[in-house]
Design a protein around this ligand. Structure first.
Ligand SMILES: [Zn+2]
Ligand SMILES: [Zn+2]
Length: 147
């Protein structure tokens, strides 16, 4: 078996797994997929305003790799706005450093270490919790990568 490629590290799962334009039903839309590493590149460079150098360091990847990711992410964003696509965030060679949990009942969002487990919401004690990393198909794999 070949050695798996080094994964790109992402701070936390995105809050939303997808977006769509208003005024059109989902079935009429063409889906555009943005990978989690493209999403993270855009978050670091365009939302947090980091230099490409620093952002590449955050993700533990090379500067040229980062440049390709951010270019792709910006292109997809432009197509999303201009062509009116359904944008879905998924996939990519990534793992998360921390998890986010959302309470389905009170809406509170909290950050959790990947090794921490909570059973009830600290605000309202609901057991109806949404595991955002789990929603993107992550969990144990991130724990192993961070170990
Ligand atoms: Zn709650
Ligand atoms: Zn993972």
């Amino acid at each position: 078996m070949s050695r798996p490629k080094r994964q790109r590290m992402i701070d936390k799962p995105p809050l939303y797994a997808g977006f769509k334009p208003i005024g059109i039903t989902g079935s009429e839309l063409t889906t555009l997929e943005m990978s989690l590493d493209e999403y993270e590149a855009m978050r670091l460079a365009d939302f947090q305003g980091l230099s490409q150098e620093d952002a590449a360091g955050e993700m533990e990847i090379s500067r040229p790799t980062f440049s390709r990711l951010i270019e792709e992410a910006r292109n997809k964003c432009a197509r999303f706005f201009i062509e009116g696509r359904k944008l879905v965030i998924k996939g990519g060679p990534v793992h998360f450093r921390e998890n986010l949990i959302r309470c389905h009942d009170c809406g509170r969002l909290f950050t959790l270490g990947l090794d921490d487990e909570i059973m009830t919401c600290p605000s309202c004690e609901s057991e109806n919790l949404i595991d955002l990393a789990g929603g993107f198909g992550h969990g144990q794999c991130c724990r192993d990568e961070n170990a």
